[in-house]
Design a protein. Structure first.
Length: 81
C-alpha cells in the first residue's frame, strides 16, 4: 500500500515520495510535504531551467541557483537547507 500525504504544492491528498530526493533537512521536508506528482512537475521545470540557462549542475553556483528555484517552486522557506 502506498503512503499518502497532503501535498503542499497540489493542496490535495497524493501519493508520497518513496524516499527523500535530496539529503538533509530539505530532503526531509520534501519527503513529508511534496507528492510524487508534484516532484515530477518540478523535474520537468528543472529540466527547462537547466536548458534555458545552460547550467552545469556540478558547478556550485549553478547548483545553488537550482536549489533557490526549487524552493521558489515549492514555496519553501529559505531557512530550510
Amino acid at each position: 500500500m502506498t503512503r499518502k500525504i497532503i501535498c503542499s504544492y497540489l493542496k490535495a491528498e497524493q501519493e508520497a515520495l518513496l524516499q527523500a530526493p535530496l539529503p538533509g533537512a530539505l530532503g526531509d521536508y520534501l519527503l513529508h510535504h511534496v507528492s510524487k506528482k508534484a516532484w515530477g512537475l518540478w523535474l520537468e521545470e528543472q529540466t527547462k531551467i537547466i536548458n534555458e540557462n545552460r547550467l552545469a549542475v556540478y558547478k556550485p553556483h549553478d547548483k545553488k541557483l537550482l536549489l533557490t528555484k526549487l524552493k521558489d517552486f515549492f514555496q519553501i522557506d529559505n531557512h530550510i537547507e
